[in-house]
Design a protein around this ligand. Structure first.
Ligand code: GLU
Length: 492
């Protein structure tokens, strides 16, 4: 049975990266008819934030990531909140002490500090020097009797090399020379993440640990713990980091990182999930479909298509998904209530269409699809939104350039004839095929999306703002789009 888990530490809000970890674990479990478990890792009592668990549950519910076992939904491996499992960890820490895989350490903060400083000056990795490993049973007893506080440390065999067969990264080797004797139980008797995490993943029968790449360096310690207990380790899949546009690790300083921020801004959950799913995953080579519902993601998800490289958190792409999803939902709604669209069509036809400008009904319908949601939201904007579809083509060379997107007139001159050719060669004029042919053109020209799509769209519409290039080409249809491109090319 495939069992995955999401094991957040409740620090107050859900990070978008954590939502992705939860999503991938959920999709993988559901795709394989497995179970998805939620476990709250709250052993670090200093980091506890009030209501954090409630917020977390609320956010997962919003995202429709439903867990099979977890807090408020007890299963046979509960409790699922680590602070309610301290007795369990104590028992396993004692076992490690008994079999020599852990030891009590009485070193003072001052000694540890000094040791670290010396190591830093010598450019060595900061590591505990195993001093307390050599204490005799009598010394240990005396220290305890004297009330000297102690931690329990993992006794790492520094001569080992650990091999991790990561499902995403392939084989990763760790030389234990630089792996520190991790504290497993703190002086207040609380376990650390490492001990509790390994014990719980084992007891909860987790088959696949899917988590962020930042946990990879901890994995050799975990593998050694599984060995020390005589347990089989689960399989590991470490998913790539999320990055800012400048390729640094995604941080609060460069934008919102909490899912709640996006909920508050009104993003649709469908769009957020769709966007997050594609941050570091794709449905396979050659698949151009980008809009996936949760059901479809479950069908398509596989760890083989998770990327190794970090994924850039691109807000423009999120906006694009949000728009696509709003449109999709809108169209579905209108399809269920056709009188709504009928009414709108009639109104527009009567009010805004220049009688000299004959257009067929199919064109009118396509044009409406690209803007009707905006019209329904804001009817007073109708004329502004729709007029370019029904008026003579305007031309303004300056509009074809865009400083921010680095579109110069030279680029526009190069792009438009190529776009015209690409559209002429297109026999299937569906939205999807227009999109893939222009995406191919972008690749071929080695330009950015904006450098190709901006001049095409502004040449055809004569407007600074309008629906996107693919949509307006689809709405105008092949003949008119090509005619408009030709006009623009002749005037350039
Ligand atoms: N509690 C860890 C976190 O906050 C879980 C890491 C893991 O999945 O092992 O991310």
């Amino acid at each position: 049975m495939i069992r995955t888990r999401f094991a957040p530490s409740p620090t107050g809000f859900l990070h978008v990266g954590s939502l992705r970890t939860a999503l991938y674990s959920y999709l993988f479990a559901k795709k394989n008819n497995g179970q998805f478990i939620l476990r709250i890792e709250d052993t670090d009592r200093n980091r506890i934030v009030e209501n954090a668990v409630e917020n977390l549950l609320k956010t997962l519910k919003w995202a429709e990531i439903e867990y099979d076992e977890g807090p408020v939904k007890n299963g046979k491996f509960g409790p699922y909140i680590q602070s309610e499992r301290f007795d369990i960890y104590k028992k396993y820490a004692d076992e490690l002490l008994k079999n020599g895989h852990a030891y009590k350490c009485f070193c003072t903060a001052e000694r540890l500090d000094e040791m670290r400083k010396t190591q830093e000056t010598a450019h060595l990795a900061p590591m505990y020097d195993k001093k307390c490993l050599n204490l005799t049973p009598t010394e240990i007893e005396k220290n305890i009797a004297d009330g000297i506080p102690f931690v329990i440390r993992q006794n790492i065999d520094h001569s080992r090399t650990i091999k991790i067969e990561d499902l995403i990264r392939g084989n990763v080797y760790f030389d234990c020379k630089t792996v520190d004797d991790q504290v497993l139980v703190k002086s207040d008797g609380f376990p650390t993440y490492h001990l509790a995490n390994v014990v719980d993943d084992h007891l909860m029968e987790i088959s696949h640990v899917i988590r962020g790449e930042e946990w990879l360096p901890s994995t050799p310690k975990h593998i050694l713990l599984y060995e020390a207990f005589g347990w089989t380790a689960p399989l590991f899949a470490h998913i790539p980091l999320l990055l800012n546009a400048d390729k640094t690790k995604l941080s609060k300083r460069q934008g919102d990182v909490s899912v709640e921020d996006y909920i508050n801004k009104g993003y649709l959950k469908e769009a957020v999930i769709n966007f997050i799913a594609f941050l570091g995953w794709n449905p396979g080579k050659g698949v151009t479909k980008e809009i996936y519902s949760m059901e479809e993601l479950i069908q398509e998800f596989s760890l083989e298509h998770v990327h190794k490289a970090g994924a850039v958190f691109n807000l423009e792409k999120l906006d694009w998904y949000n728009w696509q999803w709003r449109k999709k939902m809108h169209i579905e709604k209108v399809e269920k209530t056709p009188e709504l669209r009928g009414k709108l069509l009639l109104e527009i036809a009567e009010k805004y269409i220049n009688p000299n400008f004959k257009k067929d009904e199919k064109f009118l319908e396509r044009a409406i699809i690209t803007i009707e949601e905006k019209i329904l939201q804001n009817p007073t904007e109708t004329e502004k939104l729709i007029s370019f579809y029904f008026s003579e083509q305007k031309f303004d060379a300056a509009l074809l350039t865009n400083e921010k997107m680095k579109v110069t007139l030279e680029i526009a001159k190069k792009v438009l004839p190529e776009a015209k050719l690409a559209l002429e060669n297109l026999s299937d004029f569906s939205l999807e095929s227009i999109k893939s042919s222009l995406m191919e053109l972008i690749k071929k020209l080695e330009l950015s999306n904006g450098q190709v799509l901006w001049p095409i769209r502004t040449a055809i519409t004569g407007e600074q703002f309008s629906p996107g290039a693919f949509e307006i080409i689809w709405a105008f249809g092949k003949e008119e789009s090509i005619a408009r491109l030709t006009n623009a090319i002749n005037k350039l």
